[in-house]
Ligand binder design. Structure first.
Ligand code: ARG
Length: 608
């Protein structure tokens, strides 16, 4: 790349400049582009009204148009009487329409009802836009967000206790949000805020010492099944007061940094970590562990800062913060002088804001923890660590509902024990494998293909069943439903994608070559509907990620596959006169579907 201050002496190579501009060019979503055009129109139409943002929405009924501008009515109410030529909202709409700058993007606009401007996009422009994405890559359709670095705090199970379905939801939702942010060119710090510093460690360590003198030589054997070990030590803690006292002393020794205690603690954490990793590995989740213990050294300083703002007071022997509107205070130092979940979260927030310079910090936990988050967010706001809620740096609690079993109660296995997540995932995979074998795939495919496809479908189904619901609602875990190949399931969607790939394969055409020499047209109404849907991908991802709602992307994906089916039913692809154009439309659909899968953490399959 030629970069020089003496511009006039240097003629850049045309090719490299062109290549550069195509890689980085991102025109924004359809909605943003229309907002820009109608924003300009509004400035001309009502020059005295400076901050009227254009209101552009997709048309509900495509018969009227593709998008609409909804400003006329509210604008008329605002300027009534001030501008004599505007006698009715319709005349405002008319003026907005006439003042839109000329653009290749718009075919025509019409006025409907009390001044809505219905916008029909140019078919040719739409086709070119899709073709350009095929040439430049789908990254050029990435949304633009106003932040550069974000923390997503998700999964975050507790050491030695079980990792339950709630943590599975957090893992799946958090990973998707991280992926959507990453796609939007945000640097994401994926944080596993594991509970590795609670008082339970005193009990565990003391139990380990007393049960097995030899623990240092073979800690894994000494502990065995960690959950069982936890249960036993808890029973002893509850029943044996002498042990309870020794356990409480052990916490002090651990937190004081005594070598032997630190070592035992590290061993216990390591065993837990190995268990968690099995789940992450199956689900292809990347996470960086910074557990509660990591923030422990930062707590005194964080509390000191809050003290300086006169936020901390004494209450029944504890040190607490009262935040507006909530009766119960936030306890930051317990009666016994120890720190807790809240003091850790305050220190972690301080660290994320000041050391990691995160502009958006997102916490994914069950809705039951909402008050905890509201309270410490409020405390941080009172201390001046955070600006007003709509400004950055911003904190968001992403709450989610319960996972229910068939009986409508909290999801458990028959033995009323908590479900082991690894077993759950294995079952999803095995059921898929059986279904594939039944369809004769064991003969058709290699063993590896069978395994990989079963895994992609099984794990994908578990993820999608979770993500397709609004996260705040409880959802019922049901293998038969999520593994159904009809309806709104990952199985159906994965099949739909594989079918598109097979259409392209069976055409015998070189799609890369077609991208270069072919042209795309959206002549048939079903092609146009599908094309519009594809073009809306950037604004849908933007909406999903800014509102932290993965279900918005799932709904888009499902509708996209429905639009494809309609297209494929109405339009012959292979062997038709429009074959090239239609194959390109298939390819664009497959690309967008794959990107949706990627963002949802689902691995695509190419044949079925
Ligand atoms: N370990 C907690 C739990 O299992 C979740 C931690 C969430 N993150 C946070 N910064 N508080 O409930």
């Amino acid at each position: 790349i030629l970069r020089t201050t003496k511009r006039s002496f240097c003629i850049p190579k045309v090719q490299s400049v062109a290549a550069m501009s195509t890689v980085t060019e991102n025109l924004g979503s359809l909605k943003q582009q229309l907002e820009k055009l109608f924003g300009e129109s509004l400035r001309v139409t009502v020059p005295d009204e400076l901050d009227v943002p254009p209101i552009i929405t997709p048309c509900k009924d495509l018969k009227h148009g593709d998008y609409q501008c909804n400003n006329a009515m509210s604008l008329f109410a605002k300027i009534k009487g001030k501008v004599p030529e505007f006698k009715k909202p319709q005349s405002v709409g008319e003026a907005i329409k006439n003042n839109v700058p000329k653009s290749d993007m718009i075919e025509n606009c019409t006025i409907a009802g009390p001044g809505y401007v219905n916008i029909t996009l140019s078919r040719q422009w739409m086709a070119e836009r899709i073709h350009k994405m095929l040439a430049d890559g789908i990254q050029t359709w990435a949304p633009k967000l106003p932040v550069q670095r974000a923390v997503v705090d998700f999964s975050s199970p507790n050491i030695a206790k079980e990792m339950h379905v709630g943590h599975l939801r957090s893992t799946i939702i958090g990973d998707t949000l991280a992926r959507m942010l990453e796609f939007s060119n945000v640097e994401v710090l994926r944080r596993n805020h594991v509970g590795d510093w609670g008082t339970q460690f005193g009990m565990l360590i003391e139990y380990l010492f007393e049960q097995n003198q030899n623990w240092e030589a073979a800690p894994t054997e000494a502990i065995g099944d960690l959950q069982e070990f936890y249960k036993q030590s808890k029973t002893k803690f509850d029943e044996d007061s002498g042990f309870k006292e020794r356990a409480q002393k052990a916490v002090v020794s651990l937190q004081g940094g005594e070598e032997k205690y630190r070592k035992a603690w590290a061993q216990i954490c390591e065993i837990s970590r190995k268990e968690f990793d099995k789940v992450y590995e199956r689900l292809d989740i990347k996470l960086e562990e910074k557990g509660e213990s990591f923030y422990n050294p930062y707590i005194p300083k964080a509390l000191e800062l809050l003290s300086k703002e006169n936020l901390i007071e004494e209450s029944e022997g504890a040190r607490v913060i009262f935040v507006g509107g909530i009766k119960r205070p936030l306890i930051v130092v317990k009666k016994d002088g120890g720190y807790n979940y809240a003091s850790t979260d305050l220190a972690a927030l301080w660290y994320r804001l000041n050391e990691e310079k995160a502009e958006w910090i997102i916490y994914v936990t069950d809705v039951g923890q909402r008050e905890h988050f509201e309270m410490f967010f409020a405390a941080a706001r009172l201390a001046g660590w955070l600006p007003a809620e709509d400004k950055y740096p911003k904190v968001s609690h992403v709450g989610f509902g319960l996972v229910l079993g068939e009986d409508g109660k909290r999801f458990r296995t028959r033995s009323t024990e908590v479900v082991k997540l690894v077993d759950l995932l294995d079952e999803a995979k095995n059921r898929c494998k059986e279904a594939l074998v039944e369809r004769g795939k064991a003969q058709e495919w290699t063993g590896e293909e069978l395994e990989q496809t079963a895994e992609a479908i099984g794990y994908g189904a578990v993820k999608y069943a979770d993500l397709k619901n609004n996260r705040l609602t409880n959802y019922t875990f049901n293998f038969d439903q999520m593994l159904n190949d009809k309806g709104n399931t990952a199985v159906y969607l994965l099949y739909a994608h594989a079918r598109i790939c097979s259409i392209i394969r069976k055409s015998g055409k070189d799609i890369e070559e077609l991208k270069k020499v072919g042209t795309l047209d959206l002549a048939h109404p079903s092609e146009r509907v599908l094309g519009l849907h594809l073009l809306q991908f950037p604004e849908v991802v933007e909406e999903a990620v800014t509102n932290l709602l993965p279900n918005i992307l799932c709904e888009y994906l499902y509708n996209l596959s429905e639009d494809f089916t309609t297209f494929y039913t109405n339009c012959q692809v292979v062997g038709s006169a429009e074959e090239t154009s239609r194959l390109l439309l298939c390819e664009a659909t497959a690309l967008v579907i794959r990107k949706c899968f990627y963002l949802l953490g689902i691995k695509p399959v190419y044949k079925i």
